[in-house]
Design a protein around this ligand. Structure first.
Ligand code: HEM
Length: 109
């Protein structure tokens, strides 16, 4: 495979691969990711397993150990910007406060 990219039409996502014979739909079995965050093939990221576990733990910690609030009454603007990593047009600003019952856990991290 020479390269791969995701074609994202308005609805649905299709993984395309570019090989010596041209561009075609990906028919492989590795469909775990829609956005190939860790690359593919022999030089793909060897830290993917670790990164996936750490990201899950980090997200779970943020949700379980903190109270989150908007900075104003205004709804959070979820408009997507352009770019490879789906940035928000307006970066998120939020307030968080450690949950008292989790201080013991947090102090041990
Ligand atoms: C969210 C976290 C991470 C992302 C999104 C990520 C993504 C990537 C990508 C896209 C590549 C290039 C793959 C390619 O060239 O096709 C790469 C390479 C690599 N990553 Fe990661 N990575 C992450 C975390 C980690 C971690 C935690 C480690 C090590 C503990 C690591 C070690 C490496 C190494 C050594 C390479 C070079 C592999 C090579 O060139 O053979 N990465 N990573």
């Amino acid at each position: 495979m020479l390269g791969a990219f995701i074609d994202i039409p308005r609805c649905g996502r299709t993984l395309k691969v570019l090989d010596q014979r041209g561009l075609k739909d990906w028919n492989g079995e590795v469909e775990a990711y829609n956005f190939i965050p860790f690359g593919r093939g022999r030089r793909s990221c060897p830290g993917a397993g670790l990164a996936n576990r750490v990201m899950g733990l980090a997200l779970a910690t943020l949700i379980q150990c903190f109270e989150w609030e908007r900075i104003s009454e205004e709804e959070v603007d979820l408009t997507e910007g352009t770019g490879l990593i789906m940035p928000k047009v307006k970066p998120l600003e939020a307030m968080c406060k450690a949950r008292e019952c989790m201080l013991n856990v947090l102090s041990k991290l």
